[in-house]
Design a protein around this ligand. Structure first.
Ligand code: C2E
Ligand code: CA
Ligand code: CA
Length: 572
């Protein structure tokens, strides 16, 4: 049959009735492409849909060999081999999803089934029935892209990062090269996000992603890990010097402000670095260790980078074990409150006392002081349960003393994490009610950093408490990020000057100038001043000369047990 003679009815007429029905059926399906090949794999049939998928017209295709048309080079030998086996040994070629080639060489995804007609005769014919999967493939690719892309920044996400890391580990272990992971966390993003609103917060994240993308090497991978965390994997890294160079480069991305709407926003980042294989051989270890290093960078003051070290990981383990022990102690009620009096300078009498928490685990060797365990508890929700215990115990004590006719305000230290929970103020009210207390019986001590970070709801709630008559002290004043000008916005009644200032004063001019400035501004704003950490007579005299209202410190009294505190109160 010459090519010009080709027409379908003639072709069908040569087959038996079952085969004819098959050919009639498939040629009637518009989306199914069918190609027929003779014993030498020359095209003998090429329907309209095959023209559409593969780009060859029937005229172009007929008479040419299968492998010269639509089979990619890498598959040619196999296709010829399988076809021969079918003809010689009757081994059918199974159906499969294949990537074949179009006329111009472009790949095309098809599901291909194969049928042998006139099997066992001298002129067997193989028919390939292909379904075009391009659309499905495109949809699948888009789904994959969506599953592996962060929709806000368009960066690869955590899932793709893990794949990339798996490949990087493979490559690094065969080629003996290293790579490094940079865990980049924006500093104070939450505060900026709260101030700007979420739309602009998102905009800032997009801008950061864009700037970081511009400054990294194309062989590496930058991903959004979640929230305000980005992870950059740099390949071909030789050692810590290379990493330092990259970390500095990344930090420089934040030197210029980000222009959002009408505002110029400055933001910095803290970066934790882990190196393969020095700091871990598994994906999760490398990520965890870079994260640990990032936390250390934050703890050391933010806007810096830190390498992972094994000492850090040991510290982390220690913190975990402390947290676990604290949890157990909460269940077993292994805490105690001590009370440290705060004295009225004018009368020399106890004006109030501060509740200070002590941890008394059954195994005393496990105990650590509050300045160690409180920050650990603050990193989890443990602090909320601990704070709850402190509040209840202080209320219980206040009630007991009241029943004995002893009136003294107890101030409790409140952590920022507690205030963030909406229920804090409800709990406070419930506790007062349950123990028959009034607002002035329980005072609150908060640090400036808590107040700076607080959103309007917290500040409003504190204002309500203040209006009810709750005394609120600004603790460790002078060590945080606020300035004196913030003071008038905070609903507080007392300023507690951090003891570090007293240490230097009155000898050190700078410290005493600061003390005096704080006292003056505090008084102008109608706040009472408390000086904490008074240890010597000289410091005590100095406080008196400054006209502060209250003093607290080892010179007057260490933190006391409830009984000792009661005895002291009864004496005066
Ligand atoms: P803070 O609120 O600044 O408490 C004052 C700390 O200074 C207490 O240490 C107290 O024992 C100590 N101190 C008092 N007078 C002197 C003095 O004259 N010289 C020196 N060198 N130190 C003095 P403590 O009890 O170890 O508490 C440490 C920190 O732990 C507290 O600092 C507070 O931030 C936190 N903390 C203690 N109890 C609680 C609590 O119930 N809840 C929360 N959230 N934090 C607490
Ligand atoms: Ca305090
Ligand atoms: Ca303090």
């Amino acid at each position: 049959m010459s090519l010009t003679e080709y027409n379908e009815p003639t072709l069908f007429a040569k087959h038996g009735s079952a085969e004819r029905r098959f050919l009639e059926l498939i040629s009637a399906l518009p989306k199914v492409s069918v190609q027929g090949y003779d014993k030498e794999r020359n095209v003998i049939y090429w329907n309209k849909s095959s023209e559409d998928i593969y780009g060859y017209s029937a005229r172009e295709a007929l008479g040419r060999k299968l492998e010269d048309l639509i089979i990619p080079d890498v598959m040619k030998a196999d296709v010829i081999k399988f076809h021969k086996r079918w003809i010689e040994f009757g081994e059918a070629i199974p159906s499969a999803e294949l990537v074949l080639a179009k006329k111009g060489g472009e790949p095309v995804h098809v599901f291909s089934s194969h049928v042998m007609l006139k099997e066992g005769t001298d002129s067997p014919e193989m028919y390939c029935v292909d379904i075009d999967l391009s659309e499905q493939h495109a949809v699948r690719q888009e789904l994959e892209r969506m599953a592996s892309t962060d929709l806000l920044t368009d960066l690869p996400n955590r899932r793709l990062l893990k794949q990339f890391l798996a490949n990087a580990i493979n490559e690094a272990s065969t080629k003996h090269v290293g790579f490094a992971l940079f865990f980049i966390d924006l500093d104070m993003f939450k505060e900026i996000n709260d101030t700007l609103g979420h739309t602009w917060g998102d905009e800032l994240l997009r801008a950061v992603a864009e700037r970081l993308s511009d400054c990294i090497s194309k062989e590496g991978m930058l991903t959004r890990f979640g929230g305000d965390e980005f992870v950059y994997v740099a390949t071909n890294v030789k050692g810590e010097d290379d990493c330092e160079h990259i970390a500095k480069h990344l930090s420089r991305c934040f030197e210029q402000s980000f222009q959002l709407s009408t505002e110029n926003i400055y933001i910095t980042s803290s970066i934790g670095i882990s190196l393969y294989p020095k700091h871990g051989r598994e994906i999760d270890d490398l990520l965890k260790n870079a994260d640990v290093a990032m936390y250390q960078a934050k703890a050391e003051g933010r806007n810096r980078y830190h390498f992972f070290t094994h000492a850090l990981s040991q510290q982390l383990r220690q913190h975990r074990s402390i947290a676990a022990n604290l949890r157990a102690s909460l269940e077993n009620n292994e805490f105690e409150l001590l009370y440290q009096p705060q004295f009225d300078v004018k009368t020399g009498k106890v004006a109030s006392c501060e509740a200070l928490l002590r941890w008394r685990p059954q195994n005393e060797a496990l105990a650590v002081p509050p300045n160690i365990f409180i920050p650990i508890a603050e990193r989890s929700d443990l602090i909320v349960q601990i704070g709850n215990w402190v509040l209840k115990s202080a209320c219980q004590q206040a009630k007991t003393w009241k029943q004995k006719g002893i009136e003294v305000r107890i101030d409790v230290n409140v952590s920022g994490k507690e205030l963030e929970k909406a229920a804090y103020f409800e709990r406070l009210a419930t506790c007062r009610h349950q123990y028959h207390l009034v607002p002035k019986d329980i005072g609150l001590e908060l640090t400036e950093n808590i107040l700076i970070k607080s959103d309007n709801t917290i500040l409003e709630n504190l204002r309500v408490q203040r209006d009810l008559g709750v005394e609120i002290s600004l603790d460790d004043f002078g060590t945080g990020y606020s300035s004196l000008s913030y003071l008038k916005h905070f609903p507080v009644s007392h300023l507690k000057i951090d003891r570090s200032f007293l240490k230097g004063a009155p000898e050190k001019a700078f410290d005493s100038a600061l003390m005096e400035a704080i006292v003056n501004v505090g008084h102008k704003l109608d706040l009472s001043i408390v000086v904490e950490g008074v240890e010597t007579e000289k410091q005590s005299d100095y406080c008196k000369s400054l006209n502060v209202e209250f003093v607290q410190g080892y010179l007057y009294s260490k933190p006391l047990s409830a009984d000792a505190m009661e005895a002291l109160l009864k004496k005066q």
